[in-house]
Design a protein. Structure first.
Length: 551
C-alpha cells in the first residue's frame, strides 16, 4: 500500500480500504518553517541529530481516523501518534524487521484474551501523557474509539470486521483497563488495530475544537495535531507545498529517538531528489526512479534498502465486460504476457512474478497452482477455443503519470499483438481512473497500489475477491465467496490453511487478473544513516529507530 505505495495501502487495507487501506506544537498548514537547518542547505556532516528527507508529495488530511489514502501523510501520522498494539521488531539475518504477523503491546503494557477468545483486555502503561502533558488514560482510549465508530470511516469498518460491532463493545474499568468484546472469536483484530487509524487522541483538545457543523473536530484535525500527539515525534511546523518538520516528543513512552529533528522537503521532481541525495543535501530520498537506484548502487556514500514487499501489481479483466467475461480469453492473456521481460526491463530486477492471488510473504501463499508462463502458442490456442481465432481489439487503461504502468502496458501491448490482440493504451487522468475503478467500470486495466495491512490470507482475499468495495473485476465464483466468508472470522487454523489452498487454485484457474509482479520496496539513503527497520505491513519508515553517524 511502490510507496503507494505502497501501498500503498503503502498500503492496504489498501487503495480504498487502506485509506487504509495507515503532531503537536503547531502544525497548521499555514505555519512558517521553524526548521533551523532545512531550507535546502546541505545536510551537516557534523549534525548527527537532524535528518533531512526528500519527499515527492506534500501532506494532506491529518485526521488519523479519516486520513487521506496517501503514503506520505500516513507515514507522518505513524510517527506522531501511538496506539494500543504494534508489530514486534525482530532480527532476520541481521536485518531489523517489524514482523507483520506478531504483535506486542504499545500504549498498553499487556494484552490478554479470555479463554473463549472473545474478550481482549488491555492494561495501559503507567504515567502515559499526551504531548501537552494531559494524561493518556482509559477514558482517552474509549473517547477515541467512540469517535472512530461515530465517524464510521475505514477504521470503524476494520474494527467492526473483526467482530467488535460498535463503540458499546469497547468498555473501560478504572483509568488503566480497556476491554474489546467480540461477537465471534477470530484472528483479525490485532492486525486491524496496528495502524494509524487507531491513534489515541486527547479528548480535552478535541472537545475544544468541536462545532455544530463539525461535531468530531475533523476540520481542525485535518490540518494540525497540536497537543493530541503522543508518539515519538511531534509536528513542529508545516509550510504547505514546501516542508514539514518533526521534532522529538519529550513525553514519549519509549526510548527517546536519536534523531531529534527531521526536516521533510517537498521535492516533486525525481531528478532533483536524486541530485540532492548524491550531494549529501538530503539524507533520504523517496520515490526515486529505478534507473537512478541502479546508478546510486555504485556510490559508496549511498545505501539502497531493497526488501521484498507484499505489494501486488496486476492487470484486471472485468468479467462483466466482453470479451473478458470468457475465462479462456482471460487465461490466454495470462499466457501471452512477457513476465520475465517486464521484471527485467520495467522493474530492473527489483521484484518477482506474482504467482498467486495471495502474495508471497502472506501465510498460505503457494505457487504450485501458477500455470502461467509466457507461451504464445498456448495463448493462441485458448483464443481460438474462446471464439477469437483472429484475436480482438481492446483498450488497456492506465492512470496518467504512472510511469511503471505505462512501461508495463507497452510490453503487454507488444506481446499481445503477436496473438492477434490489438491493444490501445489509454492513459486516464488520475481522478477519472479512480472514479471508474471504484465504480467497477474499467474493462482491462493496470493496477498497482495494494498492500493488505493485515497479513492474513482471508483478509486479503475478502477485499479483492469478495467485497463490494474492491472486487474491481466483478469476479464472481460462488464457491470462492463461500470459502472466504466461512474462514474470514474463524480461529480454526487447519481449516483456514486448507481452504486457502483451494481458493488459490480456483482463482488461478478463473484468471480474473493477469498476475504480473510483486515489486520490491526500494529506498535510497546516505550510508551514514543507521538503524533502518523495515515494516512490510505498510512499508512506512519509523524514524525512532534511525540514527546518523558523523564518520
Amino acid at each position: 500500500m511502490s510507496r503507494l505505495h505502497h501501498l500503498t495501502p503503502r498500503r492496504a487495507l489498501a487503495a480504498a480500504a487502506l485509506a487504509l487501506a495507515v503532531a503537536g506544537c503547531g502544525g497548521s498548514s499555514s505555519s512558517s518553517s521553524q526548521s533551523g537547518g532545512g531550507g535546502g542547505s546541505p545536510a551537516s556532516k557534523q549534525d548527527d541529530t537532524t535528518l533531512i528527507v526528500a519527499q515527492p508529495e506534500d501532506l494532506q488530511n491529518l485526521d488519523p481516523t479519516l486520513s487521506s489514502g496517501d503514503q506520505v501523510t500516513q507515514e507522518m501520522l505513524t510517527n506522531v501518534y501511538d496506539w494500543l498494539v504494534d508489530y514486534k521488531v525482530t532480527d532476520h539475518g541481521g536485518k531489523s524487521i517489524g514482523d507483520a504477523n506478531h504483535f506486542v503491546p504499545a500504549l498498553a503494557q499487556s494484552m490478554t484474551w479470555n479463554k473463549a477468545h472473545t474478550v481482549l483486555t488491555f492494561k495501559l502503561r503507567k504515567g502515559l501523557k499526551f504531548l501537552n502533558g494531559n494524561p493518556l488514560d482509559a477514558k482517552a482510549v474509549k473517547y477515541s474509539y467512540d469517535r472512530v465508530f461515530d465517524q464510521n470511516g475505514v477504521t470503524a469498518s476494520l474494527i467492526g470486521m473483526a467482530a467488535v460491532k460498535g463503540k458499546d463493545s469497547i468498555t473501560i474499568q478504572g483509568d488503566d483497563t480497556v476491554k474489546f468484546h467480540l461477537t465471534k472469536p477470530n484472528t483479525l483484530l490485532l492486525g486491524n488495530m496496528a495502524q494509524f487509524g487507531n491513534s489515541i487522541l486527547d479528548p480535552k483538545v478535541i472537545e475544544q475544537h468541536k462545532t455544530a457543523k463539525d461535531p468530531y473536530a475533523h476540520d481542525w484535525l485535518s490540518t494540525q495535531v497540536d497537543g493530541t500527539a503522543q508518539g515519538p515525534y511531534q509536528l513542529q511546523s508545516w509550510t504547505s507545498g514546501s516542508q514539514w518538520v518533526l521534532t522529538a516528543n519529550p513525553n514519549y513512552r519509549g526510548p527517546a529517538p536519536k534523531m531529534k529533528k527531521i526536516i521533510f522537503k517537498v521535492i516533486p521532481d525525481p531528478s532533483t531528489r536524486y541530485q540532492l541525495l548524491q550531494s549529501g543535501s538530503v539524507d533520504i530520498a523517496y520515490g526515486l526512479p529505478l534507473k537512478d537506484i541502479q546508478k546510486a548502487k555504485g556510490n559508496p556514500d549511498i545505501r539502497i534498502v531493497n526488501e521484498p514487499s507484499r505489494n501486488i501489481v496486476f492487470l484486471g479483466m472485468n468479467s462483466k465486460i466482453k470479451p473478458f467475461d470468457n475465462v479462456k480469453v482471460r487465461q490466454a492473456i495470462n499466457y501471452a504476457v512477457p513476465y520475465d521481460t517486464i521484471i527485467k526491463q520495467v522493474l530492473l530486477g527489483y521484484g518477482q512474478q506474482m504467482t498467486s492471488p495471495i502474495p508471497l510473504g502472506t501465510p498460505t501463499h503457494t505457487d504450485q497452482f501458477n500455470i502461467y508462463k509466457t507461451d504464445l502458442a498456448k495463448a493462441k490456442q485458448l483464443l481460438t477455443a474462446a471464439g477469437f481465432p483472429n484475436g480482438f481489439s481492446t483498450s488497456l487503461q492506465v492512470a496518467s503519470g504512472n510511469d511503471q504502468g505505462k512501461q508495463t502496458a507497452i510490453w503487454v501491448q507488444q506481446s499481445l499483438k503477436q496473438i492477434g490482440v490489438k491493444v490501445t493504451i489509454n492513459q486516464l487522468p488520475g481522478a477519472t481512473y479512480n472514479s471508474r475503478l471504484q465504480k467497477h467500470q474499467l474493462g482491462f486495466f493496470f493496477f498497482n497500489n495494494w498492500i493488505s495491512i493485515n497479513n492474513d490470507p482471508f483478509y486479503h482475499l475478502y477485499w479483492l475477491f469478495d467485497s463490494e468495495c474492491c472486487n474491481y473485476t466483478n469476479y464472481d465464483n460462488k464457491q470462492v465467496k463461500s470459502l472466504i466468508d466461512k474462514n474470514l472470522l474463524s480461529a480454526d487454523q487447519a481449516t483456514r490453511n486448507a481452504d486457502a489452498m483451494k481458493v488459490q487454485q480456483m482463482i488461478m484457474n478463473d484468471a480474473p487478473w493477469t498476475f504480473l509482479y510483486q515489486p520490491n520496496y526500494v529506498v535510497a539513503m546516505r550510508s551514514n544513516v543507521k538503524g533502518y527497520t523495515y515494516f512490510p505491513a505498510d512499508t512506512f519508515t519509523r524514524y525512532r529507530y534511525l540514527s546518523k553517524s558523523t564518520d
